[in-house]
Design a protein around this ligand. Structure first.
Ligand SMILES: [Zn+2]
Length: 249
């Protein structure tokens, strides 16, 4: 049940065709992990909080540095030296005190993800390295939790919705081997703030679609964006035969 205050607060999205009060109630009942509170996780978590997702679990083991402030919108100068999940939690509560926030100020390995995922409706993969992405992929396959994945470096970004239980590819089907830029490293390759901002905002958008049912999410497609030229491409992707994680087929 939504209160009158909630109906007023979320009126702009409740008005949307296909969203309605039922969509808002589904958002309120959802429990979502945002893995990484950097350039992707900042806008993603802020938009999910703004939209009224009931519970946000925020996980990040890093601390805020001044070089993060160019693009990581959850954090301010006063947060430098503070854990990113704790800093993001403060920003989210300031935006919407009605959201329940759980803070995990640490890096999560596959075992920790395995314990966490059974209670979740969705994960936003906003991490920045392949080992974490592969560990999350295996845990999400085991516990049948969909993942909205994104990556951004330089002026390029990619977004995908991974929901193998419903027949699509897993993360490893799309990226069978860790890339040459193993750290997906913004520190080595550079990145523009709005590039990660767009990718993180799209993660929030896809999450809201998945949770509310208001529109069809980006299933079975990889969205590739070159923000230098503003070329957007949707590539249809299927399961990879012999995938090391899901078996493919
Ligand atoms: Zn696979």
């Amino acid at each position: 049940m939504l209160s009158d205050a909630e109906l007023a607060r979320y009126a702009r999205q409740i008005l949307l065709p296909g969203f309605d009060i039922a969509g808002q109630e589904r958002l309120k009942g959802a429990r979502v992990l945002v893995l990484g509170l950097g350039g992707l996780g900042s806008p993603a978590a802020l938009y999910l909080a703004g939209a009224g997702v009931g519970t946000l679990v925020l996980a990040d083991g890093d601390v805020v540095e001044t070089s993060n402030l160019q693009r990581q919108l959850c954090h301010t100068e006063a947060d430098c030296g503070r854990n990113k999940a704790e800093s993001a939690a403060a920003a989210i509560i300031a935006r919407n005190a009605g959201v329940a926030v759980e803070v995990l100020p640490q890096h999560l390995d596959e075992a920790a993800l395995g314990r966490l995922l059974p209670g979740l409706d969705l994960v936003l993969d906003c991490s920045d390295n392949y080992p974490v992405r592969y560990a999350l992929n295996r845990a999400s396959l085991r516990h049948a939790v969909p993942v909205v994945s994104a990556a951004a470096v330089r002026t390029e970004a990619q977004v995908a919705v991974l929901d193998p239980v419903r027949g699509g590819p897993c993360y490893r089907c799309m990226y069978p081997q860790a890339g040459a830029d193993t750290a997906l490293s913004c520190s080595e390759s550079g990145v523009l703030g709005p590039v990660v901002g767009i990718a993180g905002s799209l993660q929030a958008l896809e999450a809201i679609k998945l949770l509310s049912g208001c529109a069809e999410p980006l299933r079975d497609n990889l969205l590739i964006m070159d923000l230098a030229t503003l070329d957007f491409q949707r590539l249809r992707v299927g399961r990879r035969e012999g995938c090391a994680d899901c078996g493919g087929g």
